[in-house]
Design a protein around this ligand. Sequence first.
Ligand SMILES: [Zn+2]
Ligand SMILES: [Zn+2]
Length: 313
Amino acid sequence: MRVITLGTGAGRPTLSRNTSATGLEFKGETFLFDCGEGTQVQLMRSAFHWGKLSAIFIGHMHGDHLNGLPGLLGTLSLSDRQETLKIFGPPGLKEYLRLLVECKNLWLRFPAEIQEIKEAGILLDTAEYQVETALLDHTIECWGYVFREKARRGHFNRQKAKLLGIPEGPIRARLVHGEAVTLEDGRVLKPEEFVGLPRRGRSIAYCLDTQPCENVIRLAQDVDLLIHEATFDRNLKKEANEWGHSTAADAAEAARQSGARHLLLTHISQRYPDEAILLEEATAIFPKTTVARDLGVYSVEGSSVEGTMTMEQ
Ligand SMILES: [Zn+2]
Ligand SMILES: [Zn+2]
């Protein structure tokens, strides 16, 4: 599972930070959270495999999270994409895209399934993962998301299987799937003798834009990675409240209270060319904090006990 931060700035693009967009790669599928202006150029620059894009989640209608969507959809229409693309977002998103199509600004040549969010709950539920949404607290309606991998099967003990002379193939497959197997020589193999305990699924919460609210804590409960906005530092707490945003300390507090394992700060205001002040403020409350930068790649690995996040570039 990899997270790729495509745009990490707030409000407007700068030469070092594009507007909001974050990619997620998971078992051959890819997902996009927000799509600020210029996201498709960032996609081209990035390591993100966006040809396999399954779904886009838009948090709210502010331009710095949305203005890149028409351009991206236009480009996908120029490719030979046939697969359905799911697009989730707040009420108004469907009409916004319909108007662009109607006035010939946007040409959609592949099936796009646009779902406006009416209430909190599960948006996607497959055998492998779930995506849930809940309302955040911003100046306009704004939705946060959590992507949760379902519990994974335990590791298969190949060494033990080899020692006992169990060949690769159907017998091992049956054990992996929890079936007991009787061998021709009468030996009975039990799956629990070869397969370890189920492993916790990995999870990522995406919460921007928002001021501190209960739903962030709920969405980010025990996640491996909380991606949270930090538009201001604590000296500008009043401004943060006024504009429906968080400080780095607010984000760190949310990570601490939710039991998140790692925190990735994003939506960084252009007033911080040096983000050290935000990092220092957050790590004092929540040490496992990273300030995201554009085109950063973060691997999220989990085990039954603890997840790890490593920076690839
Ligand atoms: Zn924003
Ligand atoms: Zn906003």
